[in-house]
Design a protein around this ligand. Structure first.
Ligand code: OGA
Ligand code: NI
Length: 349
């Protein structure tokens, strides 16, 4: 007789959403070398080819990995170490910086995705303080919470790492703009004067029922762009556009995984779709990942870009306010709701 596993039923995925024992290994998302960006005088052909690769990856996968991205390895390693040290602390230490409905940044271990609990714990911090979000027709300021003593230097390391992520994020957005035939700095204005970008430290502990639960349930990222560092354990799966199969993104040492979020989908009028992904957990090994969610200012009105529209390509979305969308999402993740979260298709024409 099998061993009886007792876990909170809140973690159990519906049968159709459970991971298959063997995920498809044959393929991987595109791997793109960003070294032309670092060259002193990159030749035009090389840059053009880079832009074409980015465009193709955004269209075919919505996901890609980048290498030679310019983020110093020692800084990434420092960040990964701090993350491990933070999660290794006693629960009551971590709870001292717990997030709640009034202070939505900090530590959290009961997030739900699509109303099923995720097998993970997280720590969120914003890059520009305060982060401003609309709230009941007013604005609310949100501040980071840092553990007072340990891990040492946590705040400084997080801030340094965050600054590097912002640089990389803007480089990627420029490439994406060029790939859409737009001006290189077309997206820049949406991120000026206080973004709502944030970084999340994710810890996925070993899970006794890896076939029933997920580290993060299937979802799309709501913001503009996500740049994720994953460790060597692996578990991120991407829904392949061509056939709907879940594809494991094999860890590539020191690479970043990039995916377009819902906002780029709307800006591009569906040319680049935000793709579903999820995280498989592991019975033996814990896993860490660090996504940077690049989000515009709270007052950004998100809508298809004029330059991409024509009589044959009418706007597929009505404009929506990013800050309101984001605030609604953030709040709903706190509790198991009976209704679905706000989604971009609610703004479809
Ligand atoms: C997320 C996410 C993937 C991972 O936090 O939105 O998709 O590999 N994380 O941790
Ligand atoms: Ni995600």
């Amino acid at each position: 007789m099998g061993e009886l596993q007792v876990i909170d039923p809140a973690f159990i995925q519906a049968p159709e959403h459970r991971p298959k024992p063997e995920s498809v290994q044959a393929n991987n998302v595109p791997l793109i070398d960003l070294s032309p960006l670092g060259a002193r005088e990159p030749d035009l052909g090389t840059l053009e080819s880079l832009v074409a690769q980015i465009g193709q990856a955004c269209k075919d996968w919505g996901f890609f990995q980048v290498i030679n991205h310019g983020v110093a390895l020692h800084l990434r390693e420092k960040m990964e170490l701090v993350s491990k040290q933070f999660f290794a602390m006693q629960k009551d230490e971590k709870k001292k910086v717990a997030r709640d409905e009034v202070k939505p940044l900090g530590y959290y271990d009961t997030e739900h995705t699509k109303n099923v609990r995720d097998w993970k714990e997280v720590f969120d911090f914003t890059l520009q303080e305060p982060m401003i979000l609309p709230h009941d027709h007013e604005h609310r300021e949100m501040w980071n919470q840092w553990p007072p003593h340990n891990p040492p230097q946590m705040k400084e390391v997080c801030q340094q790492y965050g600054a590097e992520m912002e640089k990389l994020g803007h480089k990627l957005l420029e490439l994406i703009a060029l790939s859409l035939g737009l001006e290189r700095d077309r997206f820049k204005g949406f991120f000026e004067g206080g973004t709502t970008s944030f970084i999340r430290l994710n810890h996925y502990p070993p899970c006794p029922v890896p076939d029933l639960a997920l580290g993060v349930g299937r979802h799309k990222d709501a913001g503009a762009l996500t740049v994720l560092a994953q460790d060597e354990v692996g578990g991120l799966q991407v829904k392949r556009k061509s056939d709907g199969e879940w594809i494991l993104v094999h860890p590539t040492p020191n690479a970043y995984i990039v995916n377009v979020g819902d906002i780029i989908q709307v800006w591009s009028n569906d040319k680049y779709e935000s793709v579903e992904h999820r995280v498989k957990v592991n019975a033996e090994r814990e896993r860490f990942s660090i996504p940077y969610f690049m989000n515009p200012t709270h007052d950004t009105k998100v809508e298809p870009l004029d330059e991409l529209l024509s009589s044959r390509n009418a706007a597929k979305y009505r404009a929506y306010c990013w800050g309101e969308f984001f605030a609604t999402r953030k709040l709903s993740n706190f509790k198991k709701l009976d209704v679905e979260n706000v989604q971009i298709y609610h703004f479809k024409n």
